[in-house]
Design a protein around this ligand. Sequence first.
Ligand code: GLN
Length: 484
Amino acid sequence: MIDSSLKQMAAALASKRISSVELTQLFLDRIDRLNPRINAFITVDPERSLTQAKAADVRIARGDAGPLTGIPIAHKDIFCAKGWRTTCGSRMLDNFIAPYDAHVISQFDQAGAVNLGKTNMDEFAMGSSNETSYFGVVRNPWDLARVPGGSSGGSAAAVAARMAPAATGTDTGGSMRQPASLCGLSGLKPTYGICSRYGMIAFASSLDQAGPMAKSAEDLAWMMNVMAGFDARDSTSLERAKEDYTRDLDRPLAGLKIGLPKEYFADGLSDGVARVVQEAIDQYRKLGAHTVEISLPNTRLSIPVYYVLAPAEASSNLSRYDGVRYGYRAPEYSDLADMYCKTRAQGFGAEVKRRILIGTYVLSAGYYDAYYLQAQKIRRLIAQDFVEAFKKCDVIMGPAAPGTAFKIGEKAHDPVAMYLEDLYTIAVNLAGLPGMSIPAGFSDGLPVGLQIIGNYFSEARMLGIGHQYQQVTDWHTRMPEGIA
Ligand code: GLN
């Protein structure tokens, strides 16, 4: 059962072969057994989860179950869930109990899904390895000496080790696609504005987007049917008709035009990843797709632009953690200013402080024009690159990350090396486009993801493109050995 798809789990629940309480307990037991080694969860609350499972069983018995009713789902600890401790991976929110639900959480609640627990993450979603978490590193189930990627590394490790059937994540610059790649999972960052940011703790608001992480593209589609949708409480939420994200799963790929950006197959890409990605593209050719070379000339500017804009937004968003309203407060201080300083000095970790310093600097009166404004202009050019590219192709394919999972500690003290992990993902956030990573093979025994980038609102088609590949390959079914 732990290896089943969401569809198979829903069928098992519907036919009463298993109850939601039993299914939830099965995963809680695995968490009990495996989490001490992997550290994918910050908070589990079996009593709360099982209460939801009991309610789901009642719904199923009444005959009013939806597709995810009774299925346990893990949530990145960036989503406020009423009554649950919600830390965002930070000491600042170590003891914060959310007084309300994020929109995404209430969507899962209404669907009757069970909240299985809150997953570990880089502090305030800043990082690519999960090493910046106040709650300790997460270990990659494929090799416990390696990182799972980040910032949604806890969600990725939880699903990879089959401690959860699926999980939510967020992606500001690559935080779902890169850990999906490093852990052998499927992960989708939707078009900006598809999933409400209400109750999702803000990092860089113009880039942050929630999405699903799961074993297969089909599971992602099932998750999207619950997560996506308009919410008036998020001013950037898009008012669009409800979509069925499973609608293109069976659509054939004959005639599909795949764009291959030459900048994505250049310096910086490891040989092992390049080989796996090329093999995946060959497989797509066999399925009837053809390829065209395209260019995204501003790719090399995406990391510098992001590291001006994201810290700028973060410095503003994180000003709310002042020790007054909620979260951590320094125990000893002399006056109000001293309280602010000590609270923030003690409550935030090094990477978060680095971002606040950069962000405050680039927004300061003397440097705003030179950095922030310039970066905004280049952001526009980066988005324009994709507009041009999509005149020549239906989707873009390339690597999701430049390499495979790296060793814990290997890049922790080299911020630039860490930032380069998002070389192929960040432009997608800057443009607000949807991007997905699916398992495409292995290099030296470690998973490698294929990234698929679509035009705005093409999620259903992208999921179909992923699903068709997963009908003829079995990479997405592989499970880490040694994690029993
Ligand atoms: N790795 C990037 C960063 O550190 C992206 C993180 C994310 O997508 N949340 O900011």
